[in-house]
Structures are given as C-alpha cells and as structure tokens.
Design a protein around this ligand. Structure first.
Ligand code: SAM
Length: 351
C-alpha cells in the first residue's frame, strides 16, 4: 500500500483509531511526502489544541553528572570516551540550579545524568527529599538510567514524580547494534514496565535516524509505545559525536523527526511530547517546527553554564540562547511568534 490516497487514509484511521498494524506503520513512514506531512501536522495540531490549547510546558533540565558506567556506541559521555571532561555537581550546586529555575518560573525540574555510581541510592534519596522539601509545588523528573525496581521504588517514595528512560529502539537486534553486550533491550523495557507499575509518570522514546535504523524499526517503536502507553515520549534525531564509534555515521533528519512527532500525537493524543534539544540542534527553528508538528513541551537547560558544554552527548549540542533557562523570554517570544504561550505550571500528564 503506497498510493498517496491510501497513505492519507492511514493517517485518517490513525486519527480515529489511534493505532495501525506494523506493515501500515512501515508503509506510512517510508512513503511519506511533504504533502502528507502537512496533512499529518494539521491533524496533530488539532489534537494538541484539543487537549492542551496553545500552551507549551517548560521543564528545567539539570544535567548533573556526565560520569557513566555504560558504553553506548552513539553517546559522547560513554565510559570509553577518554576525551570527555567529566564533572559531577554537588547536592548544593543542584539545589542552587533549582533556586535559579524556580525564580525563572520553572515548576518542573528534570535531573538527568549518566549512570554514575557516586550518586548511589542513599545520595539520590537525600537529594530528592531536599528538592521536594524546598519546592513542594514543583514536579521532579529523574532520568538516570536503568536501576533495580527497589531503587526506583525508593526514589518514588522519596517524592520523585516522573521518570524518563528512552527505550532507544524496540527492535532487539537493532538495539544490539547500538549497544555493547552488557546492555539489552529486554532489560531496558523491563525497567519501563517497573516504572509504570510503581506509579511514575513515565516517559520513553527513541532516536530518529540512528545507525542501521529502518522504517520497520520505527514501526516497532510505535507498536511498543502504544503497548506501554507512557505519559511522555521524547524523540530526537541521532547526531554523531566525533569521539564515538559512530563518529562517521549520518545524522537523523529533522524532517523524519517531525513526521514521527506528528504520528505520536495522533497515536497518543494526550501524551506530553517535547520538542527536544537535538531537534533544535539539527535545525535552527527545530523547536518551533516541533511544536507545529504536535509537540507541547520544551526543556531549557538549567545546568551551571561552565559545565554545560561538557554534557556533550553529540557534536554541536545547543546549550545557550533559547536553549538556556536564562533566555526564557527569548524562547517565549519564539513560541508567541507561532501562536503558542509558555506557561508556569507543573504540567502533569492528564492521564
Ligand atoms: N543515562 C540516562 C539514560 O540512559 O537514560 C540519561 C542520559 S542519556 C545520555 C539521554 C539520552 O540521550 C539517551 O536516551 C539517548 O537517546 C540520547 N543520546 C545519546 N547520545 C545521542 C546522540 N549521539 N544523538 C542523539 N541523542 C543521543
């Protein structure tokens, strides 16, 4: 099924039934055209506005450590990258980021980092307690990788509200080509089910255009996400990092990333969907285009300016200008220019 009208019908069916079969996803993704994309985005905006109006939620991203025990082939902070300048913020420094963020109007803080053993459970629990004590009206999101169910439960009991853990790719053999043997798609997916069962607002996601990715893999991603039914989905283009085994691989495109955002909005109409930093990095107005394709969240950087460049997951990662929390007002203007407003709200999932 590759006829243009047939593909348009698939989009209509996705809009009403919120699901497609694997071969239909594959046909739609590989047969996409600029006209189909425009049609998809118009329906995605309809759904986005039905559930969220023209509001865009902001999250303050604190990249608190770039130490990582993992060795993902695509990632600039992988253990084997001896050129990475490692840093780790102290609890006081993280709380100071929250203080700045609060005064700038942020009501969600996202603590993201590599899998850093120095931030063990005891230390994480103490940190979560302090943040929730000082900012009881704020939501706290963690994005610190794969942990045991018990650890996830401890963080949740300490007050963490949300957890982001991208599944990266739902296809097991594709996953193996992106990761060393010590990591598995099965384990990653188990973590996601644990997070959901514990009661976190849970986010998953994948890279678009990662090496060896085919339309069939993206189809599997959509099926996995549909089954997991997460509260949030973070996707962004793969961008190579010069000190990784994938230094010479091509980057994903903003065009395909935007198409996938539109599909996600129709599949899970109420999902929280960020226009990510990677999308903003690959294309100057990527965030605006992301919102116009159905996204409804942006996550400016709240980390101290002197460490930002060291959280280098891929080359040329944005960390200044509208990407930084201090420039909230510039971001606000950009959103206003396309008819959207940034709001100061926790922005919980309506599910
Ligand atoms: N350690 C945590 C984890 O594993 O979920 C959080 C940090 S990890 C660096 C955050 C995300 O960055 C990953 O889930 C991955 O999708 C993304 N990422 C890493 N390297 C990337 C690259 N080269 N291009 C685009 N995204 C990348």
């Amino acid at each position: 099924m590759t006829d243009k009208n047939d593909l348009r019908q698939l989009i209509d069916r996705l809009h009403t039934e919120h699901t497609l079969a694997k071969d239909e996803w594959t046909a739609l993704i590989s047969g996409r055209t600029p006209e189909l994309s425009e049609y998809l985005f118009s329906l995605a905006r309809k759904e986005q506005k039905r559930h969220y109006g023209t509001t865009v939620y902001i999250r303050g991203l604190i990249e608190f450590t770039n130490y990582c025990k993992n060795d993902c082939f695509y990632c600039g902070i992988r253990r084997s990258n001896i050129h990475a300048r490692r840093y780790r913020l102290s609890e006081e420094e993280i709380l100071s980021c929250c203080r700045t963020g609060y005064s700038l109007g942020f009501r969600t803080f996202v603590l993201q980092g590599g899998e850093d053993g120095s931030y063990n459970d005891e230390r994480m629990v103490r940190l979560i307690n302090s943040i929730k004590e000082q900012y009881p009206d704020c939501a706290l999101t963690l994005s610190i990788g794969e942990k045991s169910r018990e650890s996830y439960q401890r963080y949740f009991d300490a007050g963490a509200d949300r957890y982001l853990l991208r599944h990266e790719t739902a296809d097991f053999s594709h996953y193996e080509r992106l990761h060393p043997a010590s990591l598995s798609a099965k384990k990653r997916q188990e973590c996601l089910w644990n997070l959901k069962e514990i009661g976190y607002q849970t986010g998953t996601g994948f890279m678009v255009g990662s090496p060896f990715q085919k339309a069939e893999h993206l189809a599997e991603d959509m099926l996995f996400i549909r089954k997991l039914n997460p509260h949030m989905v973070g996707i962004g283009p793969f961008i190579p990092h010069h000190d990784t085994p994938f230094a010479n691989k091509s980057a994903g495109t903003s065009e395909l990333t935007l198409f996938m955002l539109g599909l996600l909005r129709l599949m899970l109409p109420q999902v929280l969907l960020p226009a990510t930093t990677a999308l903003g990095t690959i294309s100057g107005n990527g965030r605006e285009l992301g919102i116009l394709a159905g996204a409804n969240v942006v996550m400016p950087n709240l980390s101290p300016t002197d460490v930002r460049k060291n959280y280098s997951l891929y080359d040329n990662k944005l960390c200044t200008g509208e990407e930084s929390a201090e420039c909230r007002h510039r971001l606000e203007k950009r959103m206003e220019s396309i008819g959207y407003q940034i709001v100061t709200a926790r922005g919980d999932s309506p599910l």
